[in-house]
Design a protein around this ligand. Structure first.
Ligand code: NAD
Length: 371
């Protein structure tokens, strides 16, 4: 076994993904046309929907646009994927420019998955889909996900100016979705020292920027930190894979259609409470990055300061669905989780998350994770 002088295990595998990243206030306006040109593309299909449509039209006036797809819907229904593919074929597009949150990026990814068209992504939330090779599609309440490098955007332009319009409830939930990428990456199946270093830096950026942004949504410097943290979060998640938290949310989102970012925000402290007694190394890293003595207390203090969502009941999950959800969640739990997760654990965790109870760390005798 290879260990560092501090005792860290340094036998690992790390898959890096090639992507060009431009970061800075105003970069979407100043650099988008040039980035498309650098890819030697000349027929742009724009994907944007909802509140982002107006800004997308404005940002793409200088581009050689051959089509505009605005039919974005949450979780990328297969009918939406079929529609964007038809428009791309009809307009003979050679590049996709996606401007929006995870649902918009996901729509562009569905197109890239079948066509191989390159994506230039301009994210407007903290979901992080633009920095992962993960795609997702839904068909009649069933969500299928996969990993394919063809869907990884070639270029991402991170412009914090585009995030100031994000309403505060979505801002808080979306940034906590990014926080969940970071924390779950510390014990996910493919966790490694590189993904963990990125995750810890992401926790630090997100944790320090969320309180000022929640006080003043127009604070551009703090918005920049949130977007930076969101990028680190996405790269760490893309490398480490889905841990217990993401598996739980994948089940809940797919089976009960709960809103993506708020659901992640609600579940995260409960997973941290469950796993941290069996993953002391990860808990110490989270605590330090949040500037707290204890990981869970630090996260709960952050939640209290930003009015974070707390209950799955408030998000629309019916109490009658809890038993079925617990059974589905246990099946999905990763065998590599630092702590065994059985049906009673799943029932308890989901009940507390549903009711909005304060999560309590439970002692364990399971062996400690060291990744
Ligand atoms: P979203 O894209 O659905 O956006 C949520 C809402 O915010 C929408 O109404 C949208 O119009 C609005 N919005 C977005 N940006 C805005 C802005 N700047 N100003 C005002 N309104 C704005 O939600 P999301 O949380 O960004 O993404 C969730 C989706 O992304 C889910 O389907 C999830 O599965 C996927 N996702 C995928 C990955 C991956 O790696 N593949 C990672 C994270 C999330």
């Amino acid at each position: 076994m290879t260990t560092s002088s501090s005792g860290r295990i340094l036998d690992f595998q790390y898959q890096a993904y090639a992507q060009r990243v431009i970061f800075g206030a105003g970069c979407a306006r100043s650099d988008l046309a040039n980035e498309v040109k650098l890819l030697e593309c000349s027929r742009v299909l724009v994907v944007a929907g909802g509140a982002e449509l107006a800004v997308a039209s404005e940002l793409t006036t200088e581009l050689p646009v051959v089509g505009m797809f605005s039919g974005v819907r949450p979780h990328v229904p297969v009918t939406v994927a079929d529609a964007v593919r038809a428009l791309a074929a009809e307009s003979e597009a050679d590049v996709v420019v996606s401007i929006g949150g995870g649902s918009t990026t996901g729509t562009a990814k569905a197109l890239a998955l079948s066509s191989g068209l390159p994506i230039v992504a301009v994210p407007t939330t903290y979901a992080g889909s633009e920095a992962t090779p993960v795609w997702g599609l839904t068909d009649e309440q069933r969500k299928t996900t996969g990993v394919d490098v063809r869907v990884l955007p070639r270029t991402v332009l991170y412009d914090p100016e585009l995030t100031t319009s994000l309403p505060m409830d979505l801002t808080v939930a979306s940034a906590l979705n990014a926080m969940a990428h970071c924390i779950d990456a510390l014990w996910a199946p493919k966790a490694n020292p590189i993904s963990s270093a990125l995750a810890v830096a992401g926790i630090r950026a997100l944790g320090s920027a969320l309180p000022p942004v929640s006080r003043d949504g127009s604070d551009l410097a703090a918005r920049a930190d949130l977007l930076y943290g969101a990028y680190l979060a996405a790269v760490s998640f893309g490398s480490a894979g889905s841990g217990l938290h993401h598996k739980i949310c994948h089940v809940l989102g797919g089976a009960y259609g709960l809103p993506h970012a708020p659901m992640h925000a609600v579940v995260l402290p409960h997973v941290l409470a469950f796993n941290s007694p069996a993953a002391a190394w990860a808990a110490t890293e989270v605590a330090e990055a949040l500037g707290a003595e204890d990981a869970l207390e630090g996260l709960l203090a952050l939640y209290a300061s930003i009015a974070a969502p707390r209950s799955l009941r408030d998000l629309g999950l019916a109490q009658a669905d809890l038993a079925e959800a617990a059974a589905l969640v246990v099946e999905a739990a990763p065998p590599s989780n630092p702590r065994p997760f059985d049906l009673a654990d799943a029932e308890q965790l989901l009940h507390h998350a549903w009711a909005g109870d304060r999560p309590q760390a439970q002692p364990t005798t399971a062996p400690e994770a060291t990744a």
